[in-house]
Write a protein that binds this ligand. Structure first.
Ligand code: FES
Length: 309
């Protein structure tokens, strides 16, 4: 589903950045991050924002929008955020690899490049199941008309694209044999992102890859971290530390902390750790400085912890 939102205050994300979208479901505010494209020209003072939203069976925000979004409806937007942006000066050649709704930040980069008159060359390799699963087809087709933009469709369940199957290094050899020397922006599920990283690392070009993932990279929680108690200072709740992330533990204890992406991107879950030690589940790093603001979706308590929730 694609929706266009007219912000009431200027909101101008850089191409590739995301904006948090909040809705209220049964009185509880839920937030999710989406990457918009700017509508109305790059020079508009307050451009409209266009979001493409994939329906996820367990996605509270996406399901709510599918069922309730209507013309004239109101959404709450956060400020633009994210490091998945194009460098200055623009490279002479760019490669984009996306799958599914990973298209959205990449599409915003490509439309942003077109709007600024980018005269280098850009190739997008885009993975979907079938041609019918390609969102925003008309925008992609319009980009493909530009002399310096090539859109390569790869389908996992159809022969109708130029490429067939899931991401494979042979695809890059076929359509972008120069890939290892080219800044490459990848957005999609973590299996795609991990595989692309591996392929570039094998060529000694890991630094060329910039990525944005939909899912938290799988990191084994450390069973030794469980034990002790987690105290939620603002709500007065105390519960045994099970070793999972603070967000999951807080929810299991009946709290409803604000959150968005649940994967360490949007920072909407940030809370102050008053005391104790936590482990960043993405890196394995531990930290115990009192008063530090942490993202509770990607930090797990190590023993006793007091957090301001
Ligand atoms: S919920 Fe987005 S960073 Fe934690």
């Amino acid at each position: 589903m694609t929706i266009t939102v007219q912000p009431t205050q200027p909101c101008r994300p850089a191409p590739g950045q995301h904006v948090s979208v909040s809705v209220r479901v049964n009185g509880v505010r839920h937030t999710r991050c989406y990457s918009p494209t700017l509508v109305g020209g790059a020079s508009a003072r307050c451009p409209d924002l266009r979001f493409t939203i994939g329906r996820h069976p367990e996605g509270t925000v996406s399901r709510h929008l599918y069922e309730h979004a209507e013309v004239g409806g109101v959404l709450e937007l956060g400020p633009p955020a994210g490091e998945f942006v194009l460098p200055h000066p623009r490279p002479r050649r760019l490669l984009f690899i996306a799958a599914g709704s990973g298209l959205t930040p990449v599409l915003s980069m490509l439309t942003g490049l077109a709007a600024e008159g980018y005269d280098g060359s850009a190739v997008l390799v885009y993975y979907t199941r079938t041609p019918e699963h390609v969102p925003r087809r008309s925008e992609l087709d319009a980009l493909a008309e530009l002399p310096n933009v090539e859109i390569v469709h790869a389908h996992t369940r159809s022969d109708a694209g130029l490429l067939r199957g899931r991401f494979d290094p042979a695809h890059l050899t076929a359509v972008a044999p120069w890939y290892a020397d080219t800044p490459t922006y990848v957005c999609g599920p973590s299996e795609l992102v991990d595989r692309v990283r591996e392929v570039y690392a094998d060529r000694g070009s890991g630094a060329m890859v910039k990525t944005e993932e939909f899912t938290l990279p799988t990191v084994a929680l450390n069973p030794g971290d469980a034990g002790g108690e987690v105290s939620y200072a603002a709500s007065g709740v105390v519960a045994a530390n099970t070793g999972s992330t603070l967000l999951e533990q807080a929810e299991a204890a009946g709290l409803t902390p604000e959150h968005g992406c649940r994967m360490g991107i949007c920072h909407s879950c940030t809370a102050v750790r008053l005391s104790g030690c936590t482990r960043d589940v993405r890196t394995g790093d531990v930290d115990s400085e009192p008063g530090r603001r942490i993202q509770v979706c990607v930090n797990a308590p190590v023993g006793d912890v007091v957090v301001e929730l």
